[in-house]
Design a binder for this molecule. Structure first.
Ligand SMILES: [Zn+2]
Length: 392
């Protein structure tokens, strides 16, 4: 038997003039309601120490519409959904997963979510509330058979591209059990180093795009403010950004799918741990390869297919600990790619050794809960002295 999961299918679509203007209006109203909700919550808290909920704010919507009649010109569903998103943003903040919610700006990506009472889907075409024609969707892959979308989210990115993300219940078959395990480390010369000695993802993958981006950014900076040419140059920059983001996401999906297919257990360091890395250049590399997004993909794909992802939350000197004998080096600068353990004489590839340690650490944490195997405790003792240095 398969597993029922909720899954979003995202497609590009090409709006008609009518849809374009309807969506522009909806995006504006959604943004307005979100920002109003945020400032109302802030004020209630600061002035009356009161925490407003989604229900409190949704109950104020009719009153708000009386003040701003143009809000009534768009479907009310995306406006309510916008307050739900705000509520979610606060929950994420309170549970330590996100920063305090900020106001939405017109220049950023726009989106609006339609619950099932605000669109029509007949298995072939999708029509949004307050619009007449079906969306012209580019179906690069089909929706699951007999899919019943529970919501659709329309978005527009900085390159003026429109997307529809359709949330459906999907049936997933777990993969057959395999006996392989792998440790993953964010590499310096590669995107990810695997404990089996393989390095994947070349950081120069985006070098060409980045050159084009830098050139476009310089052009943009030279154009006169407020001019048509500057606007054009700005769109050019956004298009290159979008291309880089697309290629990166595709690449991450290929890699996470491959790893989940090949391995029963995967061990990684959490993003919180990765963020503790102080080295500036490396921090940029982490940002560039999108470690957080990559781990998120591994996480949900593991759940879908019956795999185990172990996240190591506690920082531990994975690079400078010898995997063979647990000896911990005093220091290991970033330029050193290979090293010989002074204790046992084993030659290590820097990234592979780190990935092997992450695998062993993940398995021991998983097996013992909070109890640490004595042999690994030696490495943990070094944490205090190493924290803050430019380790792995
Ligand atoms: Zn050693």
């Amino acid at each position: 038997m398969g597993k029922k999961i909720r899954r979003a299918y995202k497609y590009r679509f090409y709006p008609t003039d009518e849809q374009r203007s309807s969506l522009a209006q909806t995006f504006g109203c959604v943004r307005f309601v979100y920002n109003w909700g945020l400032s109302t919550r802030k004020t209630a808290y600061v002035q009356h120490a009161e925490s407003l909920t989604y229900n409190d704010l949704a109950a104020l919507l009719p009153e708000l519409k009386k003040h701003y009649p143009w809000l009534a010109e768009v479907s009310s569903v995306p406006l309510q959904q916008s307050l739900r998103h705000l509520d979610r943003a606060f929950v994420n903040f309170f549970e330590g997963r996100a920063h305090y919610p900020t106001f939405k700006k017109k220049q950023h990506d726009q989106s609006a979510t339609y619950a099932s009472n605000a669109f029509k889907w007949d298995g072939k075409v999708l029509i949004l509330a307050k619009t007449k024609e079906p969306l012209d969707i580019h179906w690069h892959r089909p929706l699951p058979k007999d899919a019943k979308p529970s919501s659709v989210t329309i978005s527009k990115d900085g390159a003026n591209r429109y997307f529809v993300s359709i949330l459906v219940e999907d049936d997933i078959q777990p993969l057959p059990v395999v006996n392989k395990m792998v440790g993953l480390d964010l590499g310096i010369t590669s995107m990810v180093a695997l404990s089996i000695g393989e390095s994947v993802g070349n950081p120069h993958f985006f070098a060409k795009d980045e050159k084009r981006l830098a050139k476009a950014q310089r052009r943009h900076a030279k154009k006169k403010k407020g001019s048509k040419n500057r606007e054009k140059a700005c769109l050019k920059v956004a298009k290159i950004h979008a291309r880089i983001a697309d290629r990166r996401r595709d690449y991450q999906h290929q890699l996470s799918t491959r790893l989940v297919h090949e391995n029963q257990v995967m061990c990684v360091e959490s993003l919180a741990v990765k963020n503790m890395v102080q080295n500036h250049k490396l921090a940029k590399a982490i940002h560039d390869v999108g470690w957080g997004e990559f781990v998120r993909q591994l996480e949900y794909k593991s759940q879908w297919y019956g795999r185990t992802l172990i996240k190591i939350d506690q920082w531990y000197p994975s690079s400078k600990t010898c995997h063979a004998c647990q000896h911990v080096l005093d220091s290991l600068t970033l330029d050193i790619r290979e090293w010989v353990c002074p204790e046992c004489g084993v030659l290590h590839d820097r990234d592979t050794n780190a990935a092997l340690n992450i695998l062993a650490e993940g398995l021991s944490v998983n097996a013992c809960g909070d109890n640490v195997r004595p042999v690994r405790a030696k490495a943990r003792q070094a944490v205090a002295s190493e924290a803050g240095s430019s380790h792995s």
